[in-house]
Design a protein around this ligand. Structure first.
Ligand code: GCU
Length: 373
């Protein structure tokens, strides 16, 4: 496939040198090892909330009666205070059936926070009406409500709620969580709520993220096995894309421009990709046998579509161990030719780095097929 494959860590080889050949050994031995490697070297270690509470602040009919709009405040506490994540949800009013709705949850990293969206407004980044029309609940929260996207010495947002005030950066453990891990933690707090809402099917929740949100969705899905499907759109470096030999953004670039996104340890791998004990296909493998969908855009060379696709292919051995065949094709597809395999899906869209309604329809086509297991 690619000569960079020679330098990749072996997905199925445990630290003690033994190859995993059974589902049980994957689940008990190799998967926890890989998760721990990502915590230590890449995203950092997340804390447990002390408490999480929900308040449904609004519940009313929208979209000509097709949906109920709910606004929920998710309040969590840590040792140094509390925070609130506002969640907006449109739940389809299933007239013919009382079945709870499957959910698409967007980790929103755009300027528009959507929290006052009503039935008139539509936007391709979060096409709530199109999602509801297809029978899914559309949910969204904004990353800034978990942790602002800036390097402030980990004082604001959720970091300040879990870390002693005044801790200098240099005294933080080198595997302390960064902002991407904080956002993923926020997605799990939203999942805590979704789990309690009887209008929703908590066993069929897809978490979707674009770009930095796509990196977040993958880490959330690796940590939190309640997410049934993870969608990573144009997530590139330290998202879906294999780091070794990657074109466009490298580990050095991302750590330099966004020093707050990852654990301090990750900086050791600036321009030293080959020394990383993991690569991003191993992140995808942590989600097995749940669904993973990766999408790329032809003009998004910074993210590197070929490297995003390669990760999915290289995660397949973990899926096969868990009896899911994967993509079922080996070649990089043409634009607008989605590959919807069992549990693994991919498409390449013509155009630039963005999340469009076309992408959403591909995600929902894949969910229609894969949620019916
Ligand atoms: C920058 C960054 C990417 C990121 C993107 C985004 O381009 O380098 O890693 O994915 O922003 O979030 O839009």
């Amino acid at each position: 496939m690619d000569n960079r494959l020679a330098t990749l860590p072996d997905l199925l080889m445990c630290k003690n040198g033994i190859q995993v050949t059974t589902a049980a050994d994957w689940i008990r031995k190799r998967r926890p090892e890989i998760l721990e490697l990502f915590r230590t070297h890449v995203y950092g270690r997340e804390p447990q909330p002390l408490s999480v509470r929900f308040h449904v602040a609004e519940e009313k009919g929208y979209m000509g009666g097709k949906a109920t709009r709910k606004k929920v405040d998710i309040t969590f506490t840590g040792p140094y205070g509390k925070g609130v994540i506002p969640l907006l949800l449109f739940v389809p009013n299933a007239i013919e059936t009382d079945k709870p709705a499957p959910v698409f949850l967007l980790i929103n990293n755009r300027d528009n926070d959507y929290l006052d969206l009503d039935q008139e407004e539509q936007d391709e980044f979060w096409p709530a009406k199109a999602i509801v029309d297809r029978g899914y609940a559309a949910a969204v929260f904004h990353v800034k409500d978990v942790d602002p996207d800036e390097h402030d010495g980990f004082r604001n947002g959720v970091h300040g709620i879990f870390e002693a005030p005044g801790t200098p950066d240099a005294q933080r453990p080198s595997d302390a969580w960064g902002t991407i891990a904080a956002w993923a933690w926020g997605a799990s707090r939203v999942m805590d709520y979704l789990d309690t809402d009887t209008d929703l099917d908590a066993n069929r929740v897809a978490v979707v993220g674009h770009s930095r949100g796509g990196k977040t969705a993958l880490w959330a899905g690796a940590l939190d096995e309640r997410f049934a499907m993870i969608v990573s759109n144009n997530s590139g470096s330290t998202g879906a894309a294999i780091s070794r030999g990657k074109k466009g953004e490298t580990i050095y670039h991302i750590n330099t421009r966004f020093p707050h996104w990852f654990a301090e340890n990750y900086k050791k791998y600036n321009d030293r990709e080959n020394e990383l004990p993991v690569d991003q296909h191993m992140l995808l493998s942590l989600i097995a046998p749940r669904c993973v969908y990766v999408s790329s855009a032809t003009e998004d060379t910074w993210a590197d579509p070929q490297s995003e696709f390669l990760s999915l292919k290289l995660a397949e051995p973990a899926y096969r161990l868990l009896s899911a065949p994967g993509l079922g094709t080996h070649s990089f597809p043409q634009p607008e030719t989605p590959i919807h395999g069992k549990k693994l899906g991919y498409h390449l869209r013509t155009g630039e780095h963005d999340l469009k309604e076309y992408d959403w329809h591909c995600f929902m086509d894949f969910a229609d097929k894969n949620f019916n297991y």
